[in-house]
Design a protein around this ligand. Sequence first.
Ligand code: F0G
Length: 448
Amino acid sequence: MTIQPTNDIAELFEQRCIEPSCSATYSIGERIYVCPRCGGLLDIEANDSYAPAADTLKSLWLNRKTSLAVSDISGVWRFRELLPFSAKIIPVSLREGNTPLYEAPRSAAYCAINSLKLKHQGANPTGSFKDTGMTVAVTQAVKLGARLVACASTGNTAASLAAYAARANLACAIMVPTGQISHAKLAQALDYGAKVLEIEGNFDSCMREIRILSDDGSLYLVNSINPFRIEGQKTVAFELAEQLNWQVPDHLVVPGGNLGNSSALGKGFRELLALRLIDHMPRISVVQAIGAAPFASYFNEDRSATFQDEVNPKTLASAIKIGAPVSWKKALRAVDETGGKVLTVTEQEIANAKAIIGRDGVGCEPASATTVAGIRKLHADGFIKSDETVVALLTGNVLKDTDYVNKYHSDNLVAEGVGAISGSYRNPPIKVAGGRDELRDVLTQLSN
Ligand code: F0G
């Protein structure tokens, strides 16, 4: 059973430059990534007359959970009244979204707060939050008649795009920094049939290069500078609010790399507020690894100065090893309007937080663990109170970077420019050299 939305809404949306001095608008059918007039980032906005009733939306979205149609099962397309597509669109979907919200008592205790929820975007089809944006960006690529889709990536965007491009039968090119992305993510992209172009340099050089190459229209760029990616990722805010019975948390804490995710969550909650589905926004805070923290530096230092990229970003959390985040202005808007913070955490703090999240039986990749490390700090600084409701957004699955995990647990993790990271909560395998008696001894100790 497909539950049809009330009307066809595609024509109500437009692309709008976020620069207040420009605000130029463009049709959603235009293949642009930034404002052709001033170079500003673009938002996709519904026109002011579009105001579906909050109660209708809530029940429509909930009812779709019982439907068998792909566009209703998808945790992104289920919210399609707020997406810039015709009701008749056939999405390129892998049943993304619908990710769990876990109670995490050990992580909460580690942060010294009463309770902590983990929204696990690593439970998406390719194991990261990128899928919620990619389903929309690749659907738009098909709609525009693109033949080749492409991205620069630290690994997860690559894996996600490769999968969705394969589903859509589109050619796919991915640009990654040689030797700097996890083996698991590279393996995914290869298996899904993408052409992986490895270049010398870092993510930022890949990003610069692919943006220039996309100028002549020969490829469709689906990094988060593409506003359709943000449209998909904003639905995580809708899903989270629904899971909390439309009571928003006091704090939502996310990792920051290229800053598309924090931008998208800000947009999602802003839209829910405008439609009165919620009565306030959560404070959105962004956590960066200390060696790759241009946004934190800008936010906490001289805000009137020009944004300074980090020329040589360093972190073992390779997903967020980014020095020139393209969406910083949108992320800044999200943090400022919600009263959040931007902070850094050390390599040691990330590693320990990751091990603790694992003890909650959840598991995530290093970049995701910046959240719990950040929450611990924000509580110690008095910004998060023990009795407040806090959600950490985990962005990637634990299997995304098992090299890191095994090194941590065998106390062999070394970070560039930092040195040895202590496996403070390590859990190394136990070598049992003897026979059954020795095994029994070990097992007896475990049960005591
Ligand atoms: N966490 C993970 C696991 C990521 O893969 C990324 C970004 C982030 C956090 C940061 O999110 O960029 O929206 O601020 N990964 C990109 C990639 C850059 O290419 O996979 P962001």
